[in-house]
Design a protein around this ligand. Structure first.
Ligand code: ADQ
Length: 501
């Protein structure tokens, strides 16, 4: 499926992200081995790095005592997109473990994650954690500059254009400016782009961060800054104007800063659509039941609205008892940030709530909630998506939400099921034919579920056809191409090049 579209930039690309697209681990013999990660981002971006003579800069998931210890090549049986990523294409950033913890847990997860999801009460503002954040960003920038220099020396064909640096996500919001400054000082040519995977909050929330100006200045070191949807772009433009006094063009999404014009673009991420279709076609049946399944799949995170979702399901059973013994909620929750107290508390709350609701409604032949706390394989996940009657995606706030997209890709049976999406996820902005449901209002959320369960077949078919068509067209390869297009670096242009269509 990856070869179906030719994605190529006219130069080489350096991808910079907090994590490398695989993690390094030690085997029983103490040797380093790679463990592949299979996210959509990796699937989309790895081929561009592999085919375009690029490099990937990131933390390898382990602190090495000897920073010069060689990175192992991938396992010969590895069929993931990172298999072609030779060690010479990987820069494993090494950071002092204490500093890394301050940066990652202390600032990224404790400050930016809640704040950017418009949950400021949960955000912690600490000067020393922010200092660690800026220092770590600087180290990433330094590694990126070294990588740019090595690229020049490598002798590989790096193409006619300046190399592209593509920085990802809220972990590295101030790295671009350091890269730009050093590149200018050392006369290294490059273009810099940034993509934020989480929402960019409105000015009123953003300004709560005491060093907000520095974040904006950091991001404005780029030539282009991408977000999932137009709302986040406008929030960013607004913050640049109000916080830094920049001249901005809201219509064309441009910000003037330091004598340069920075482009801001909505680039809604997609999924490897065809891969999910293939998985759904091949995966064996997983649900031996004739009950209708309402499916939730999320990292166990307070932004995902899991507690509200369980309460809405409880309200459904109360208000519409005809669904008893006919409908079950299957909630899959992936353990996430398990060493953080807030996440441990959420786990506890979920355990209690599932217990209470099941205790209240379970009969000898049926329990209303099946709760899986753990990871499931991609095959199994595709089968759940395929067999579910309702996909319930109700985050309180979410940058995009890939689960909504994976669900529709796997809905290959006719008649299909129904997708319910929160308007506070990026997906709620673009997946118009879903039932849009405000998760905060428990009663109306329960009515949305009832509506989905009772929707006529022809309406389900119509809605799902539209949803699937859009996701198929705007898949993850399209997203990568849109990014390159927005950077002015797309070599081979295809049949649908309009950014953010
Ligand atoms: P996340 O917050 O991680 O991503 P999401 O977009 O839903 O949220 O992606 C989760 C991924 O994990 C999906 O691909 C899903 O298949 C997988 N997954 C979930 N549960 C699983 C399970 N139990 N077992 C196996 N796999 C599971 C961040 C932002 C999002 C944004 C993405 C991409 O928070 O808003 O959509 O980045 O930009």
């Amino acid at each position: 499926f990856m070869l179906k579209y030719v994605v190529a930039s006219s130069g080489s690309m350096i991808v910079v992200s907090n994590r490398l697209p695989f993690v390094l681990q030690r085997n029983e013999k103490g040797n380093l081995v790679r463990k592949a990660s299979a996210g959509g981002l990796v699937t989309a971006v790895a081929p561009v790095v592999v085919n375009g003579n690029g490099l990937w800069v990131g933390w390898p998931g382990i602190h090495l005592d000897d920073p010069n210890e060689p990175i192992p090549e991938s396992d010969p049986n590895d069929i993931t997109p990172t298999a072609g990523l030779k060690s010479k294409k990987v820069v494993a950033v090494q950071i002092d473990p204490v500093k890394f913890d301050d940066y990652y847990n202390g600032c990224c997860n404790a400050t930016f994650w809640p704040l950017f999801h418009s949950m400021p009460d949960r955000a912690v503002f600490k000067r020393d954690k922010w200092k660690a954040y800026t220092e770590v960003n600087k180290e990433f920038a330094k590694c990126t500059i070294d990588a740019l220099k090595n690229l020049k020396k490598s002798g590989d064909d790096v193409g006619p254009d300046a190399p592209l640096v593509w920085i990802h996500d809220y972990h590295l919001m101030v790295a671009a400016n350091w890269v730009r400054q050093a590149a200018e000082e050392q006369e290294i040519q490059c273009k810099i782009g940034f993509f934020l995977h989480i929402p960019f909050p409105p000015w009123d929330i953003f300004r709560l961060f005491p060093w907000a100006d520095e974040i904006l200045q950091g991001m404005l070191g780029c030539d282009m800054v991408g977000f999932h949807i137009t709302d986040y772009c406008l929030n960013f433009v607004d913050c640049c104007q109000r916080s830094l006094g920049c001249r901005v063009d809201r219509k064309n999404l441009l910000v003037e800063h330091g004598g340069r014009t920075v482009r801001v673009r909505p680039l809604p991420i997609g999924i490897p659509f065809e891969r999910f279709v293939e998985l759904a076609e091949k995966a064996p049946k997983v649900l031996a039941t004739n009950q209708k399944i309402i499916l939730g799949v999320d990292r166990l995170d307070y932004t995902k609205g899991l507690v509200h979702r369980l309460l809405a399901f409880e309200a459904l059973l109360e208000k519409y008892p005809e669904h008893k013994e006919k409908v079950s909620l299957l909630q899959i929750a992936v353990p996430s940030r398990t060493d953080v107290k807030e996440y441990q508390d959420l786990k506890e709350e979920m355990d209690q709530l599932v217990g209470r609701i099941n205790g209240r409604f379970t009969t000898p032949n049926w329990s209303p909630i099946r709760y899986i706390y753990g990871c499931v394989s991609q095959d199994e996940l595709a089968a759940f998506y395929r067999e579910a009657a309702v996909g319930l995606v109700t985050p309180l706030r979410d940058g995009m939400n890939l689960v909504a997209k994976e669900f529709v890709a796997c809905q290959i049976n006719v008649p299909p099921g129904v997708l319910i999406v929160s308007p506070f996820a990026g997906a709620g902005e673009t997946m118009h034919e879903a039932i849009i449901c405000n998760p905060y209002e428990i009663e109306s959320a329960s009515e949305s579920i009832h509506r989905a369960l009772t929707m006529p077949e022809d309406e389900r078919i119509l809605r799902m056809n539209y949803l699937r068509r859009r996701e198929k067209l705007n898949d993850v390869n399209y997203w990568t191409r849109s990014f390159l297009h927005a950077m002015g670096s797309l070599l081979t242009q295809g049949d649908h090049d309009d950014v953010g269509a």
